[in-house]
Design a protein around this ligand. Structure first.
Ligand SMILES: Nc1ncnc2c1ncn2[C@@H]1O[C@H](COP(=O)(O)OP(=O)(O)O)[C@@H](O)[C@H]1O
Ligand SMILES: [Mg+2]
Length: 320
């Protein structure tokens, strides 16, 4: 049984009293000890999908359909109390902007200790010791001294290490890392990615790695899922996806890789803009940017077709 199984997840925002879908019919499985990369341009629904699993959707957003089964628990049906147990302890999440997630008026040690003691029966002394061990584990030098420092005394990369330490404090089964390195420069980015991968392998936790950067995904993922306009366009084991991308969008992303690394916000190989939520609901959302689009593509949403572990949503693959 997979550790997490998401089925037909549909999340909508209510805009002008009308539901606008931002995650559409999303299904995937996350096995224990594996890394799933969810890749997509800004606005494709990556964050909203993750927040929905933890019951953290912003006002106006709601889960309309679907199921997410984690260790026999149906996440989307849990109440706030039950969700609190899941969050942090079983599924931890780290975000793009680590500085914003830390409390500026508490030392990093105080924050770690607070988290540890809220969930584990540790004495103050034990919790401080554990806080130092956690900082060491995420590669912070002089942890005994730095545990008494405030977030502003840490660089962006170091703040993200602290956030990872916080996330790991309760040994979660799943770490959701939402663009964890986007705010960091390229060298630091690589270090953080390596750290997450090392910790993941060492503790055998599962990771949902959310990124707009297919190159980063390729460094960590066992499986890659490509989101576009809230829909899964393609998903496959990482090697397979990079070797044999089937969807024109994935092919475009791969062609852009070299330039994506230097200009992460641009996808020069794919002309045009990603869809605005709710704009394209009829046909394939990628059709306006697709070199192969036909009338059928513009009118009818292609189904997700499976060939073993490789799934793709494209009429060209259905016809074959
Ligand atoms: N507060 C909001 N109100 C209305 N729509 C929103 C809000 N937040 C996000 N959305 C919509 O949800 C879509 C998915 O957002 P998000 O999951 O944050 O994208 P990603 O993380 O892939 O960049 C966006 O296209 C956006 O239009
Ligand atoms: Mg996001």
């Amino acid at each position: 049984m997979p550790l997490l199984q998401v089925e037909n997840l549909q999340v909508t925002f209510t805009v002008d009293k009308k539901p606008v879908p931002v995650v559409r019919d999303l299904s995937y499985t996350l096995p224990a000890g594996k890394v799933l990369a969810v890749v997509g341009e800004s606005g494709s629904g990556k964050t909203i999908h993750a927040l929905s699993l933890l019951g953290l959707l912003p006002p106006g957003a709601s889960v309309r359909r679907g199921d997410a089964v984690f260790q026999r628990k149906h996440l989307l049906a849990l109440n706030e109390n039950q969700l609190r147990t899941v969050r942090g302890q079983q599924i931890a999440m780290i975000f793009q902007d680590p500085a914003a997630s830390l409390n500026p008026v508490l030392t990093v040690g105080e924050q770690l200790v607070e988290t540890l003691r809220a969930h584990r029966s540790l004495s103050k002394k034990e919790a401080w010791k554990e806080a130092i061990t956690l900082l060491e584990k995420v590669g912070i030098a002089q942890a005994e001294k730095r545990v008494h420092e405030y977030p502003f005394q840490f660089s962006g990369g170091m703040c993200q290490r602290v956030m990872i330490a916080m996330a790991l404090a309760l040994s979660p089964d799943i770490l959701i890392a939402d663009e964890p390195t986007t705010a960091l420069d390229v060298t630091i980015q690589a270090q953080i990615i390596r750290l997450i991968k090392e910790l993941q392998q060492h503790s055998q936790m599962s990771v949902i790695f959310i990124t707009h950067n297919l190159a980063l995904a390729s460094q960590v993922a066992d499986t890659v899922l490509v989101l576009y306009g809230g829909l899964c366009m393609e998903s496959a084991p990482a090697d397979e996806l990079f070797l044999r991308p089937l969807h024109p969008y994935t092919q475009g992303l791969l062609e852009s890789l070299a330039s994506v690394q230097t200009r992460p916000e641009r996808l020069p190989a794919i002309a045009g803009q990603p869809p605005v939520a709710g704009e394209i609901l009829l046909g394939c959302p990628f059709a306006p940017r697709c070199a192969y689009a036909t009338d059928k593509c513009r009118q009818e949403l292609p189904p997700l077709t499976k060939n073993g572990a490789h799934e793709v949503r494209c009429w060209r693959e259905v016809v074959k």
